[in-house]
Design a protein around this ligand. Sequence first.
Ligand code: COA
Length: 262
Amino acid sequence: MSKQYTTVNLLKKQKTAWITLDRPQKMNAINAAMLQELSEALETIEKDSNVRCVIIMGEGKKAFSAGADITELQKLTQETAAEFSRKGQNVFSQIEALAKPVVAAINGYALGGGLELALACDFRLASSNAELGFPEMKLGIIPGWGGTQRLTWTAGAAAAKRLIMLGDRVKAEEALKMGMVDKVVSQNMLKSEAEELAQRLCTWSPAALAQAKRAINSVTRNLLELGLEKETDFFAQLFSENETKKKLGSFLGQGNKKEGDL
Ligand code: COA
């Protein structure tokens, strides 16, 4: 558990492993290094029989994660976009396949890939200032790390169409009503609530918990896998569009950008 990462922190407290996304100056945007380190941290956790539960959160007070790092998205071609999509999908599927419960503690923005990460977790706690959404339309793309599939399975097609096709960003209380999060708590209670939830989970038999997770996930697994393949194809196709390049290019380096404007 002592490995030093640069984009995530992995900390073991009693039977719970805390993974913190650690690029607060970039709203914990997920770049290739973070995906890789997240995957390595999950492998370490999987092998450690002392770890019974995982909590994932973002460093700082502003964001769980503002999604895929747009500077990396800008460089993609149709060919590399497919690989980019599969890489993210695989790491998030690793969370789903982990034989231990995973809790997302959403402190602030969970946008794009940040929301896709949270949706791959088994439980979602949100702080009252959390905002969830898929801003991909503004970038001329669609979610490519499982969001089109997992949001639809979690909250239904109507919610997925509203967030993805309209680009609506919802606050924590609304996300709760939509079934996207399990509980809303004040920001200063988020860590302790996540810890309490983890402790409750740690009281059950690890084998029973693991089998429950496997059994529940098996309901959607086959269709989810097919849907993920389609999502990758559709995501990658968009990188042949000039409009996508133009929109992605306009996010960074614009001096007059306001919050949420792309
Ligand atoms: N990728 C790369 N960098 C990102 C980022 C992302 N997804 N989200 C935020 N950042 C960077 C900003 O470029 C900025 O960097 P800088 O200080 O070097 O200029 C820094 O994080 C802080 O972000 P900023 O936009 O100044 O903060 P804000 O409080 O005004 O707005 C957000 C916060 C989350 C609303 C806004 O950053 C945003 O809309 N981010 C993009 C979200 C998105 O489209 N995600 C989906 C990607 S598929």
